[in-house]
Structure formats: structure tokens, C-alpha cells
Ligand binder design. Structure first.
Ligand SMILES: [Zn+2]
Length: 487
């Protein structure tokens, strides 16, 4: 790739892509990547992350390998790369055995420039063998916060990536994430074993078009009043986030009374209805959506003008991710948080449910082992019944199931449709599982994150966005637009 030194990077861009300029920190990251440096890039969604691996893939004679946890996005990412003339493919569990074999063969012949895989793929000897005689130009770790137990979406297979890198003869690494605190960043580079040899690029986290406001309310009626005062459905779309479906319903009724059209999105809706509402939101310019936090992941809607939080989010990471969905088009957008002291016990209950204690996990495993058929017939409600938690909102059994699946003790939910009751149990959880992923420590850690979010809301002296940037290890600077700055 000697042309690199001859041409400025932007010429390579213009020659190979339908873009005339880089955005955000793409150029900074690419310069380092092309110099074969290890890079940790903190890049918010919408900052043009994909070009950071598409460009090296397009100009390399070798292979750029992307490790990603998001199976649902792989096909789309591959398609986009192919549309740019990159020989790209993906390999995950959605493919048939023959199709996988075909792609392994093509990898070993060096026919691809860009391949997307999940970290679990490295458990398959066939896949590892296909890479044996291949030169890896760049190993990309997408959603790199999944490496860290302190991140908000830990994936145990991610912690073995440095082992994979060794198998691949230690190619340069590019780790990318949108949300990682200083602590998580440290953990990422340590686990990747590049702590002594990497460059950190803190890429354009600033949201210059976002106006943030946080207000304390004493009662739910006060929150409603604040909402009605700030809500502006004249322009673009709006999202109102709720932790509890009950409070979502109540606000929905109030909006109906006032003839304010809106859609809802939450776990109690039938799949069809949820999909329909999501579609409506994506297809129409002006939609007001009331939803629980899961809504918005993977949604690329540029004209969201307002994001409201009616309860305290569980962490600054979640909060920043959710308000980051507003104003992707760069035009002015607003984010309002209405919180009260009463939110704290609710959020703490959620955290408690997400990290069930050892005894609870063991009980769920025993029930699954002893009542396989019933579980297949009645699903999670059966477990809830057995554990005598009648509260439909208590999703502790789901959390426990996911943890057991992650440890390899039970069949993952995604494979259950194809399985029989006899295939449900894989192995009993052992003491190593419990120490490796100590739920009590994770629970305490998440509580700390919740309190940090609470402190951010309570703070009346420092710029809200400035504090968030600092939380993510960036420089503190005043935005001049948040409620504290304007005070
Ligand atoms: Zn500010």
C-alpha cells in the first residue's frame, strides 16, 4: 500500500468512495489504522464508524476481519460494503452448514476483503482453519464495551479476543465503541492486551445541537405538567421514555384526552402491533412515540427533535445513548429529564432483577432441569409461577435464563425453537461460573452507576453535557445551552 504515502488520505477516499470529505474523526482514526497502530476509538452512533473499516478493506490485498455481537445488523453491514464495491461477507448461525462451508473456503482462498463474524465463531475449528494461511490486515472489535464486565452489555466470548488475535498472528487492532467510561476503556485495552501500545481517539462525542434540561418533580402530575409544557409535536418526531409500562399507559390516556396523536411501544404489545408501530415511526416524518428504553436501538431516524425521560435512566451510558437518538440531522434538538426521588427504588428494583443472586440462578436451573416439558409448553410464566412471583413485570426469570445460556448451561433462547425439551440442559453451573461473573459485584456496580446518574441530575453547578463528556474520559467543556449553563 505504498500509495498511502503518495496521496493524502482524502484522495484515497474520493477515488474509492462516493464521499468528498471525512466526517468527525474518521480521518484521525484511519491515519493511525493505516500506520498499523492499535486504536481505541470512542465514536457515537452516526459518526461514520463503518468507513473506518470499509476504507482499509477496500484498499487492502489482505483481509479485514470485524468481530461484532450484532447478528441482526451483519447482513445489512455486508450489503452496504458490497454496494461500495468491497468483497464482503458475514458468517453467523443464521447460515446453513453448506453455506458456511462455502464461505470458509472462499476465506481460505483469500477471496474476501471484509468479513463480519461473532466472537463465538472462533469456537469453530473449521472457521479458525480457514484463516490459517490468510494475512489479516486489521482486526476490528465492534461494540468493544462488550469486552468489559463494567460495560453495560458484557459478552464473555469477547474477553477471549486477545487469544483470537494471537491465533491470527497479532494483527493491528481497531476497537470501536459509542459508550465507555474511563474504567471501561482501561478494561478494554487490558483485555485486548494492547494497554502499552495503543492510541485513544475520542471522536466527536460532543452534541452541539442538543439542548439538555433536567428537572426534579415531586409527583407524577408535576411530570405530566412539565411534559405538556415542553412537548412540541409541530416539528419532526419525539420519543418519551418510561421505565414502567404503567406510567406509559397513564400518560397515553392523558394525551388521548387532549387529542394529541401518538404511538406506543413496549413489551406488553403483541409482536405484530409492536412491529406495526415501529414501522409507522420509521415511515412517517412526524410521530410522537411513547416507549420503554429498548425502543430506538438500531433505528436510524434523523429528525427526532425531542427525547423525554419520565423516570431516571439506570446509568449515564444509557441516558447518553438514548438522548443521542435526537437531532442526528444536526439541527437543534432537545432532551428533557423529569425525575423524582421515587424513581430511585424503581430503578434499583430493575437492577436487582437483572443480576439475580446465586441461589436464584441455581433454583432456575434446577426447575429447568426437572420440568423441561412444562417449560417448553408454558414458557417463562411457568417459572414465575413456580418461584411464586406473580408479578408479571418481574423479569428476573428471563435474566436468570440469559445468564445461564451465556455460561453455556442451557440452550440459548434463539435456538429453542429448533430444539426439543431433551436438548434444553447443557451442563450444570459450577463454582467457576459464579466467580467469573459475580452477580453481586455487578449488581453493586450498576447501583453505583445509577447513583452517578442521580448526581448528574441533582447537580446545579456544572454543565450537564460537560460532566457527561468528563464521565466518558473526555475534556470538560461548557455547552452553553443546558439548563445549568443558561442559569
Ligand atoms: Zn451546558
Amino acid at each position: 500500500m505504498s500509495q498511502k504515502s503518495v496521496f493524502p488520505l482524502v484522495e484515497i477516499l474520493k477515488q474509492n468512495f462516493p464521499y468528498s470529505a471525512f466526517i468527525h474523526s474518521q480521518e484521525k482514526i484511519l491515519k493511525l489504522v493505516l500506520q498499523k497502530k492499535n486504536v481505541l476509538g470512542l465514536m457515537p452512533t452516526g459518526a461514520g464508524k463503518s468507513l473506518c473499516y470499509q476504507l482499509p478493506a477496500k484498499i487492502t490485498k489482505d483481509l479485514v476481519l470485524v468481530i461484532s455481537p450484532l447478528i441482526a445488523l451483519m447482513q445489512d453491514q455486508t450489503q452496504k460494503a458490497q454496494d461500495l464495491g468491497i468483497r464482503a461477507t458475514f458468517i453467523n448461525s443464521s447460515l446453513s452448514a453448506e453455506e458456511k462451508q462455502k464461505r470458509y473456503e472462499k476465506i481460505s482462498k483469500g477471496e474476501y476483503q471484509l468479513v463480519f463474524v461473532t466472537p463465538e465463531r472462533f469456537r469453530k475449528p473449521d472457521f479458525v482453519k480457514s484463516l490459517e494461511n490468510i494475512n489479516i490486515d486489521l482486526l476490528v472489535v465492534d461494540e468493544a464495551h462488550c469486552i468489559s464486565q463494567w460495560g453495560h452489555d458484557f459478552r464473555p466470548d469477547y474477553s477471549q479476543i486477545s487469544e483470537f488475535a494471537k491465533i491470527l498472528k497479532n494483527p493491528p487492532l481497531l476497537a470501536l465503541t459509542a459508550t465507555a467510561t474511563g474504567e471501561t476503556q482501561k478494561d478494554i485495552v487490558n483485555k485486548l492486551n494492547i494497554q502499552n501500545d495503543f492510541e485513544l481517539v475520542w471522536a466527536g462525542m460532543e452534541r452541539d445541537n442538543l439542548q439538555v434540561e433536567m428537572s426534579e418533580a415531586y409527583e407524577n402530575e408535576d411530570k405530566l405538567e412539565l411534559l405538556l409544557k415542553k412537548l412540541n409535536t409541530e416539528e419532526g418526531s419525539q420519543i418519551i421514555y418510561f421505565l414502567l409500562i404503567e406510567s406509559l399507559h397513564k400518560v397515553s390516556v392523558e394525551l388521548q384526552k387532549r387529542k394529541i396523536p401518538h404511538k406506543v411501544y413496549h413489551g406488553d404489545l403483541k409482536n405484530d402491533q409492536r412491529r406495526q408501530n415501529l414501522n409507522f415511526f420509521q415511515k412517517n416524518d412526524r410521530v410522537l412515540m411513547l416507549s420503554t428504553p429498548a425502543f430506538g436501538l438500531g433505528i436510524d431516524k434523523s429528525n427526532i427533535r425531542q427525547v423525554f425521560h419520565m423516570q431516571m435512566p439506570g446509568s449515564i451510558e444509557s441516558y447518553f445513548q438514548e438522548i443521542g437518538r435526537a437531532g442526528r440531522d444536526g439541527l437543534p434538538a432537545q432532551a428533557y429529564l423529569f425525575y423524582s426521588e421515587n424513581d430511585l427504588p424503581i430503578s434499583m428494583e430493575f437492577i436487582k432483577w437483572a443480576y439475580p443472586e446465586k441461589e436464584y440462578l441455581q433454583r432456575v436451573f434446577d426447575l429447568l432441569s426437572n420440568y423441561k416439558t412444562q417449560f417448553f409448553q408454558e414458557g417463562f410464566d411457568f417459572l414465575r409461577e413456580k418461584l411464586s412471583f406473580k408479578n408479571k413485570r418481574d423479569y428476573r426469570v428471563e435474566a436468570a435464563y440469559h445468564i445461564l445460556a451465556r455460561w453455556g448451561c442451557v440452550q440459548p433462547l434463539s435456538l429453542l425453537n429448533e430444539s426439543e425439551p431433551k436438548d434444553l440442559i447443557l451442563r450444570a453451573p459450577n463454582s467457576e461460573d459464579f466467580t467469573k461473573e459475580n452477580q453481586k459485584i455487578l449488581f453493586q456496580h450498576q447501583n453505583k452507576k445509577l447513583l452517578e446518574m442521580y448526581q448528574l441530575a441533582q447537580n446545579k453547578d456544572q454543565c450537564r453535557l460537560g460532566l457527561i463528556y468528563k464521565y466518558f474520559g473526555g475534556p470538560y467543556s461548557e455547552c452553553g445551552r443546558c439548563d445549568v449553563c443558561l442559569q
